[in-house]
Design a protein around this ligand. Structure first.
Ligand code: GLN
Length: 445
């Protein structure tokens, strides 16, 4: 409980500081929980855990960064949180995020933006910006986030920490407030790669309540590699060309040189369909979101408008008041893409591109152990810098979205600074290659 109290005080102080703090937390536990549940010899006994707001936590506010879920306290806890509690962790707090995980800067939250601890005038990345900022600033030893198109890897990069997006299906989505169900994947934010392995090993597992969840074929081991002898790294030309800021490129090249010194071979390769990944993602993700978000109707959860004229008026005004502008934009995009007459032209084609991207990776992994890219094309940008142009914001996901569409694991590790701000290096591997991926990341970190 001493450890818990130390973190709890820091997290609570940040929350109390309001505009002077990072705004990383939306809720902080009042006190160390009474000694119940996990045994003293549980592997994570007493280690506090910060959790992105969109994980349902029984009796604890869970709003997914949205006004429409104001006052919602779920009657149950997400599978992965439950599993970590069983391993001995205690819930420290809920972290701020972009509304329904839509965003790359954490400026789309009903709770206001999160600040980057490296420079408080800059964004922490998104959508799991609160988790990333909390870990980077020492307000949590580690945290859970979710990644649909980059929301673990990109904020990890912008905050200078480690973020793992695991193989799709390896962690149950039960109790995660859904954004795009075929892409959403929970994963750890940690200070180093060993911690990522340690947290992830207690997250994996088949859960009957998520029909897409799968048992991981391997027990997750703590990394212990010393070199990269015999490891073949592929650098996809399509993801490492134009659009990558010069400082980010320099850090990337320096890490490639280090990898070679450590015994890896580095070669250029191709993912021919990767340039279409963003377009496919921004049809598929909004399409799924428009369907997932239909449940927020003012009847079942959270916010309901005052004095509606009739049922339709209740739906319309509840949703108009409850959703923020980015969420509304995605619902409109997704509804359009799924509407009859346009379905084949948009959603159908996007699914075909998705298949092609998976095939590109499969082909590349025939010749390479891992595909490596910068995690994000830029370092942390200024608050407000990209809010006026959604397309500009979507470019942040350029290097992370292809792996999401393919369902494969990818990790971001810090690889130096550019203008005093952290840069991230992304390593992606075949489905269920987490042990090898964590080992390579451990050697390079
Ligand atoms: N930035 C991307 C989006 O807005 C990814 C978000 C995510 O991974 N949750 O959709």
């Amino acid at each position: 409980t001493e450890l818990f109290d130390a973190y709890r005080e820091r997290a609570a102080a940040d929350r109390a500081a309001a505009d002077d703090g990072l705004n990383a937390y939306t809720w902080v536990a009042d006190a160390a929980p009474a000694e119940t549940g996990a045994a003293h010899d549980a592997p994570l006994h007493g280690v506090p855990l910060a959790v992105k707001d969109l994980f349902c936590t029984e009796g604890v506010p869970s709003q997914s960064g949205s006004r429409i879920l104001a006052g919602y306290r779920p009657p149950y806890t997400a599978h992965v949180v439950e599993q970590l509690e069983r391993a001995g962790s205690t819930l420290l707090g809920k972290t701020n995020q972009d509304e329904f995980a839509m965003g790359s800067s954490n400026e789309n939250s009903a709770f206001g933006p999160v600040r980057n601890p490296w420079d408080r005038e800059r964004v922490p990345g998104g959508s799991s910006g609160g988790s990333a900022a909390a870990v980077a600033a020492g307000l949590a030893p580690w945290a859970l986030g979710t990644d649909t198109g980059g929301s673990i890897r990109q904020p990890a990069a912008l905050c200078g920490i480690v973020g793992l997006k695991p193989t799709y299906g390896s962690v149950s989505r039960y109790g995660m407030i859904a954004f795009a169900s075929s892409l959403d994947q929970a994963g750890p934010f940690t200070r180093d790669v060993t911690d990522a392995a340690l947290l992830y090993r207690h997250m994996v597992g088949r859960d009957e309540r998520d029909s897409t969840s799968l048992a991981h074929p391997d027990a997750i081991e703590l990394p212990k590699g010393v070199d990269l002898k015999g490891i073949r790294l592929g650098v996809p030309e399509e993801l490492t060309g134009e659009g990558i800021e010069s400082g980010v490129r320099e850090a990337f090249n320096a890490t490639l040189a280090l990898a070679e010194q450590l015994g890896a071979t580095v070669e250029t390769t191709h993912l021919p369909h990767a340039p279409h990944a963003l377009s496919a993602y921004y049809l598929i993700a909004p399409a799924e979101a428009s369907s997932n978000l239909a449940r927020f109707d003012g009847v079942r959860y959270g916010h309901r408008t005052q004095d509606p004229d009739d049922l339709l008026d209740m739906y319309v005004r509840t949703r108009a008041e409850g959703f923020g502008p980015e969420v509304k934009r995605r619902i409109m995009l997704g509804t359009y893409a799924l509407s009859s007459g346009y379905y084949d032209a948009y959603y159908g084609r996007a699914q075909k591109v998705r298949t092609k991207i998976s095939e590109d990776f499969r082909a590349a992994f025939g010749s390479f152990d891992f595909i490596v890219t910068p995690t994000a094309p830029t370092v942390a940008f200024r608050l407000g810098e990209k809010t006026a142009d959604p397309l500009e914001m979507y470019l942040q996901d350029f290097c992370t979205v292809p792996m999401s569409l393919a369902g494969i694991p990818a990790i971001s590790i810090p690889n130096g600074l550019s203008d005093g701000l952290p840069v991230g290096f992304q390593i992606a591997g075949p489905a269920f290659s987490e042990n090898r991926l964590l080992n390579a990341a451990y050697v390079l970190e």
